[in-house]
Ligand binder design. Structure first.
Ligand code: PMP
Length: 346
């Protein structure tokens, strides 16, 4: 890792070591101090850079990956972008099976990064041959010299965050963190970070963020996989229709569910109040913080870290489009259309 005067050998040297940024306005009425771990500062603009780099380098060390091999993965977009970025630098081919729920911007970005892409229907069960899990498995079997990252069922996904995100947050808060609030998709981020933090201080409270329409929260509470919980929702990258082994449910204290609508509005509010342009799940995580504050979770001594997984630029045709928001009915109730801030000079 050659770094002198901010000159780097390649883009991968910039993965990790993201800033912790104090939230000053959106949380002003709340008890305690609130900090955002802003993962958009990774070179691929999301927390998935850590996972992609860590898993690929582990596979290289074990001799599983050789030059010219192919890396295959299922991804809602961010992991794909990170794997494609690492593949370019390290000389691998990259095949990605993505969900049809992913925004067109994300798919275009993956194409630009040289990946071969298969778009799979979002609303089929995980064991359907058309699901992105099954498509990735099939491609792995059919492609000689291929490695399937399988982030939902790969312990290294947890280890990546145990070895980077966790220690960074511990150091940045000088060991004073009281709460970690993080979204759970594969569960790698929350599980690895929580494991490290709880090893330093078992009293750190870890709260996961889940979507309505996902099985994760109920599974945490009952250890029962309840198919009846499953229905389509809009937030990408959060919640699941299966139980990933990359989620360590024992290091998570509780889960909070958030709605698509409130999460979208809260993401927009983060931009307007803190000047931080972050993604949909960052809005979800912040929405969870609001609900926890209302439920009396925090006091004046709380030092809360909320993890913002990615950058807002990936959602221009979704939550940052007034048209999309209107089409979803998200401006119908208490919220009015934000377009009034634009004036057209004729
Ligand atoms: N937010 C976004 C935008 C994501 O893409 C993901 C990953 N699916 C997450 C949050 C959740 O992170 P993890 O998979 O580590 O639980």
């Amino acid at each position: 890792m050659a770094q002198k005067n901010q000159v780097f050998d390649n883009v991968l040297d910039l993965v990790g070591n993201t800033p912790l940024i104090k939230l000053n306005t959106i949380t002003a009425p709340f008890k305690g101090e609130f900090y955002a771990k802003v993962e958009a500062f990774n070179p691929g603009h999301s927390s998935k850079d850590r996972v992609a780099l860590y898993i690929i380098e582990q596979a290289e060390r074990q001799g599983i990956l050789k030059p010219g091999d192919t890396i295959i993965e299922t991804t809602s977009g961010n992991t794909g972008f990170s794997i494609a970025m690492v593949s370019i630098i390290k000389g691998y081919d990259c095949i990605l099976a993505v969900s049809s729920k992913s925004s067109p911007d994300k798919i275009d970005m993956l194409k630009t990064m040289g990946a071969k892409i298969y778009v799979c229907p979002a609303n089929v069960s995980a064991d359907d041959p058309r699901s992105y899990y099954e498509v990735a498995k099939r491609l792995h079997e059919e492609t000689k010299g291929s490695v399937y990252i399988n982030q939902y069922f790969n312990q290294l996904n947890i280890d990546a965050h145990y070895n980077s995100t966790g220690p960074e947050i511990w150091e940045q808060t000088e060991g004073e963190i009281t709460h970690l609030i993080a979204c759970s998709g594969t569960g790698g981020t929350i599980s690895g970070t929580a494991k490290y933090l709880k090893e330093q201080n078992p009293n750190v409270k870890v709260i996961g963020v889940d979507a309505f329409g996902s099985v994760i929260k109920k599974y945490h509470e009952t250890r029962e996989f309840d198919e009846k919980e499953i229905y389509p929702y809009r937030i990408e990258g959060l919640g699941k229709n299966l139980i990933p082994t990359a989620t360590d449910f024992d290091v998570i204290d509780s889960f909070v569910k958030v709605t698509d609508e409130e999460s979208a509005h809260t993401a927009r509010e983060i931009a307007k109040t803190e000047g931080l342009f972050v993604g949909y799940t960052s809005g979800a995580a912040m929405q969870a913080v609001k609900q926890l504050e209302e439920a009396g979770e925090f006091d004046k001594n709380s030092k809360v870290v909320v993890l913002f997984p990615d950058h807002g630029s990936r959602y221009m045709s979704k939550i940052y489009s007034d048209k999309w928001m209107t089409d979803q009915g998200f401006f119908d109730s208490k919220n009015k259309v934000a377009a009034e801030s634009i004036q057209y000079i004729k």
